[in-house]
Write a protein that binds this ligand. Structure first.
Ligand code: KG4
Ligand code: ZN
Length: 340
């Protein structure tokens, strides 16, 4: 089995997977409640929480999987990007375990964890990866589209400023909705009606032919509109619902405009599958839109199980299974807050 460890942000997670990608256990200790009073993640609190939870979770994972230390053949750990203090807890813990058990340690890029996650199954072996697929990673910290061809990962675009999840969270916070804002806005949006005239969110235009995302303009525009029209969590519910429906639609429209542009520029052999991953991929409206996009373009759409959308260690272990390179000296693994 492979042991996965994820501590890059506000979830401590430990997983055990078989080599075919079957998830034996995937435990997550979420810190959302601890950070909620502050309206966002507080790095120092995150590190302390990881320290408290990491080893108890490893022990519980072994118990739940009915396994022992000797069943662990490999360890995968998120090495970055993320909060450096949070990453260090996971990496140091994984280094110690790897050294003590005499098994290889594989450093994993958190984003690679997300981008393969749609292939994990709730039960049983993972879905086989096609020769080529696109994966759109949309989370609180990232918005980027990857091209994965026979295991080689190429980033096709990224956000120039804010991530899509961050945009959900910041606008929600401005209106007084609880953290994290994405699910809150989704809930309000489901009761609202799209009204682009009443809520004219700016559409980003670049002077060059860039395929990048940019969400800072929509964020600033949304906050300005919310302020001008007095849209508040404790205010007019119909107004809030319509605002959320229109705002959410504007955020997703940009995802599809970039995906369309990228799709047109691809050279054959074209990808046969398109996946979405990350916290925002839990959004039902987006999942439906994605399935419709797939039907239009004649490609298979892979949606991650909701449990694998937000940060988890199963996806980290699974990404490590895609790599042949292994680091055998755990001392050579280092945590990095940024990975370009
Ligand atoms: O992947 P994740 O747990 O953390 C990062 O690596 O960033 O993603 C968390 C993000 C938050 O911004 C949250 O608001 C957003 O995912 N999110 C959603 C939904 N569920 C979570 N955004 C829109 N709709 C949702 N249902
Ligand atoms: Zn993440």
């Amino acid at each position: 089995m492979i042991l996965g460890i994820e501590t890059s942000c506000d979830e401590t997670s430990v997983a055990l997977l078989d080599s075919d990608g079957s998830v034996r256990v995937n435990l997550i200790a979420s810190q959302i409640e601890r950070h909620r009073p502050f309206g966002g993640v507080v790095p120092e609190i995150a590190s302390r929480e990881h320290l408290q939870h990491l080893f108890p979770l490893v022990s519980r994972a072994l118990e739940d999987a009915n396994a022992s230390w000797s069943d662990i053949e490999r360890i995968a750990v998120t090495a970055g990007p993320g909060l450096i203090g949070a990453l260090l807890v996971g990496v140091a813990g994984a280094q110690g375990l790897s050294y003590a058990l005499g098994v290889p340690l594989v450093p994993v890029n958190h984003l690679e964890g997300h981008l393969f996650s749609p292939y994990l199954q709730r039960e049983g072996a993972a879905t086989a990866l096609p020769p080529r697929f696109l994966s759109m990673v949309i989370s609180g910290g990232h918005s980027q589209i990857y091209d994965v061809e026979r295991g080689a990962v190429t980033m096709l675009n990224r956000t120039r400023d804010d991530a899509i999840g961050e945009t959900f969270d910041k606008v929600a916070k401005f209106m007084g909705l609880p953290y994290p804002g994405g699910p809150q806005i989704e809930q309000w949006a489901s009761q609202g009606r799209i009204d682009r005239r009443r809520f004219p969110f700016p559409v980003p235009q670049f002077k060059d032919e860039s395929l990048d995302f940019s969400y800072s303009g929509i964020k600033a525009g949304a906050i300005r509109i919310a302020r001008q029209q007095g849209i508040r969590a404790d205010g007019d519910a119909k107004l809030l619902a319509d605002f959320c429906a229109t705002f959410q639609e504007a955020l997703f429209a940009q995802l599809f405009s970039r995906l369309d542009a990228i799709w047109l520029r691809l050279q054959p052999p074209l990808p046969t599958e398109v996946a979405i991953a990350g916290g925002v991929a839990a959004n039902e409206t987006l999942r439906d839109k994605m399935l419709a996009w797939g039907r239009q373009h004649g490609v298979i759409v892979r949606l991650p199980e909701k449990r694998y959308c937000t940060d988890n260690a199963a996806m980290i272990a699974f990404a490590a299974l895609q790599k042949s390179a292994q680091v055998t000296d755990p001392r050579r693994v280092t945590a990095r807050s940024r990975i370009v």
